[in-house]
Design a protein around this ligand. Structure first.
Ligand SMILES: Cc1ncc(COP(=O)(O)O)c(C=O)c1O
Length: 476
C-alpha cells in the first residue's frame, strides 16, 4: 500500500504559489459581496499590516481606515500583540472546550463581564461567532420564550425597512434590504417591516415630535393589524447602520419599548454595530436610555481580532425557558463560547476600559460632528448625520430636492468612476453605497481609539476625495 504524503515544504499547502497575492485572491478567493469587476478588471487591494488607525497595502501605501474594518476594529490595529498574548496563554492552557453542559474560565468570566456592562436585568449570555448567528439565536430565543409562557401563536417579527441583520436565513429574513434577500425568497415567514428613522427626506415642516408620533402609530397599527398575539418580537438597531447612520428621533425608542410592553412583544436591540462603544457608551440602547429584552452583539466585542458574537438576555427570559417543558434553550453551536475567542474578548474589554474608549468617543464625537458639518459647503454634500463614531454624508446634486438628479452623471457612476477612485488615491477607506432612494452615501465609522488629530486627518482625507470626485465628475 502506498501512502501519499504532502511534504511540509510543498508550496501549494502554504498558499505560496507563483503569482502575485492579488492574482491568487482573484483566482481562488470568493469574496464577501464583491462585484465581478474586482475579480476581473479592477485593482484588488491586498492589505498586509496595520498600525493605529491605518492599514498598509502590499506596495506600502497607507490608508486611514475610516470604517474600522467593517464597523468592528474598536481598538484599531496596534493591540494585536497584547490580545495575542491572552490568546496564546489560552491556547496553551485549553485551546478548546465546549459550553455544552459544561463551562470554562474565559466563557464564564466574559459572560459575567457582559452582564456587568449591559443595562438592567440583561444578565444571561449565549455566545456565537458572528452577528448573523447572534440574530439567528435571538430569533429562536424569542420564539421559545413566547412558547414557554404559553403564547404559541407569537411567531412573527417586526423589523425596519432597509435594515441589515445578517446573511443566514433567519437573520436575512429580518433584513429590510431588498437586494440581499430577494433572490433567496421564500425566506422565514412572518417578518414584517416598518419605516426606519430616516428624517432627511421627510416633509420639511414635520417636527421631530410629529415624526416620532408617525413612526409609533405605524408600528402599533401593524402590531394590531397582524394581531398582537402573533408577534414575538420587534428587532431594531438603536442607530440603524444601513441607510446611513439613522439616529432615533427623541422619544422613539422609549415609545417602541412602551408598545412592546403593551402588546406582550419582546424588544431585541441588534447592537452588532452599536455595541462596545461606537456611540460613546458601552451599548447603544443604554446610550439612548432604552432597555431591550435581548441585545445581540458581535464585531467590537473582540475588536474583530477574532470572530465572536452572542446575545445578552433578560433573566426572566432564560428563567422562563429553563422552567418550560423543553427545560433548556434549544440551540447550540460548536464554537459558541470558544475559549480562545472569549480570552481575546476579555483582553479587548480590559484594554477598552484602560483607555476609556467609550469616553474617547463621547468626547471626540462632537469634534467629529463639527468637522463633518464643514463639508456641507461641498456642492454634493446634502446631509450630515450620525452619533459618536458612526457618521454618514448623504450626497445629492439638488440640495433643495434632497436628491441626486443629474442625468449626465448617475449616482452609481459618480461613486464607481469618481468617488471610489478618489478615496483610494488619497488613501481613505470608507463605505460608499447607493441608498434605497438612489442617493450616494459615504459612511464613516473609524476605530474608537482615534483621537481628535486622527479624526481631523480622516475628515481632511474625505474632503480631498470629495473635492477630487466633484471636479473630475464636472459637478462644480
Ligand atoms: C446590524 C448588523 N447586524 C448583523 C450583522 C451581521 O453580522 P455578521 O456579518 O458578523 O454575520 C451586521 C453585519 O454587518 C450588522 O451590521
Amino acid at each position: 500500500m502506498s501512502v501519499e504524503t504532502t511534504p511540509a515544504t510543498d508550496p501549494t499547502t502554504r498558499g505560496d504559489r507563483p503569482g502575485s497575492l492579488e492574482e491568487l485572491a482573484k483566482r481562488h478567493l470568493v469574496m464577501n459581496f464583491t462585484p465581478a469587476g474586482k475579480y476581473r478588471t479592477d485593482a484588488l487591494p491586498i492589505f498586509v499590516r496595520g498600525e493605529g488607525c491605518h492599514v498598509y497595502d502590499e506596495s506600502g501605501k497607507r490608508y486611514f481606515d475610516g470604517l474600522a474594518g467593517l464597523f468592528c476594529t474598536q481598538l484599531g490595529y496596534s493591540h494585536g500583540a497584547e490580545i495575542g498574548e491572552a490568546v496564546a496563554e489560552q491556547m496553551r492552557a485549553l485551546p478548546f472546550q465546549t459550553t455544552w453542559s459544561a463551562a470554562h474560565p474565559p466563557a464564564a468570566r466574559l459572560a459575567a463581564a457582559l452582564a456587568d456592562l449591559a443595562p438592567g436585568d440583561l444578565n444571561r449570555v449565549f455566545f456565537t461567532s458572528s452577528g448573523s448567528e447572534s440574530n439567528e439565536a435571538a430569533i429562536k430565543l424569542a420564539r421559545q420564550y413566547q412558547i414557554s409562557r404559553g403564547e404559541h401563536s407569537r411567531r412573527k417579527f417586526i423589523a425596519r425597512r432597509v435594515a441589515y441583520h445578517g446573511t443566514s436565513f433567519g437573520a436575512m429574513s429580518l433584513n429590510g434590504m431588498v437586494q440581499v434577500r430577494k433572490m433567496f425568497e421564500p425566506l422565514m415567514s412572518g417578518v414584517r417591516h416598518v419605516s426606519n428613522t430616516k428624517r432627511y427626506r421627510r416633509p420639511a415642516q414635520e417636527t421631530e415630535a410629529e415624526f416620532t408620533a408617525f413612526l409609533l402609530a405605524e408600528l402599533e397599527s401593524l402590531i394590531l393589524q397582524e394581531g398582537a398575539d402573533t408577534v414575538a418580537a420587534v428587532i431594531l438597531e438603536p442607530l440603524q447602520n444601513a441607510g446611513g447612520s439613522l439616529t432615533p428621533p427623541a422619544g422613539y425608542l422609549q415609545g417602541v419599548r412602551k408598545l412592546c410592553d403593551r402588546h406582550g412583544v419582546l424588544l431585541i436591540a441588534d447592537e452588532v454595530i452599536t455595541g462596545f462603544g461606537r456611540l460613546g457608551s458601552w451599548f447603544g440602547s443604554a446610550h439612548y436610555g432604552v432597555q431591550p429584552d435581548i441585545i445581540t452583539f458581535a464585531k467590537g466585542i473582540a475588536s474583530a481580532y477574532v470572530p465572536l458574537g452572542g446575545l445578552i438576555a433578560d433573566d426572566r427570559i432564560i428563567e422562563a425557558v429553563l422552567d418550560s417543558p423543553a427545560g433548556m434553550y434549544n440551540h447550540a453551536l460548536t464554537y459558541g463560547g470558544h475559549p480562545v475567542a472569549c480570552a481575546a474578548a476579555l483582553a479587548n474589554l480590559e484594554i477598552m476600559r484602560r483607555l476609556d474608549v467609550p469616553g474617547n468617543v463621547a468626547a471626540t464625537g462632537t469634534t467629529f460632528a463639527a468637522e463633518l458639518e464643514r463639508l456641507r459647503q461641498n456642492p454634493v454634500v446634502g446631509d450630515v448625520r450620525g452619533e459618536g463614531y458612526h457618521r454618514t454624508l448623504e450626497l445629492v446634486t439638488d440640495k433643495d430636492a434632497r436628491s441626486w438628479t443629474s442625468e449626465r452623471l448617475p449616482a452609481a457612476e459618480f461613486v464607481d468612476q469618481h468617488l471610489a477612485p478618489a478615496a483610494a488615491e488619497v488613501g481613505v477607506l470608507c463605505r460608499l453605497a447607493i441608498d434605497a432612494e438612489g442617493n450616494p452615501l459615504l459612511q464613516l465609522s473609524p476605530p474608537l481609539v482615534a483621537d481628535a488629530d486622527a479624526i481631523g486627518e480622516l475628515v481632511g482625507l474625505v474632503e480631498q476625495a470629495l473635492n477630487r470626485a466633484v471636479t473630475s465628475g464636472g459637478l462644480r
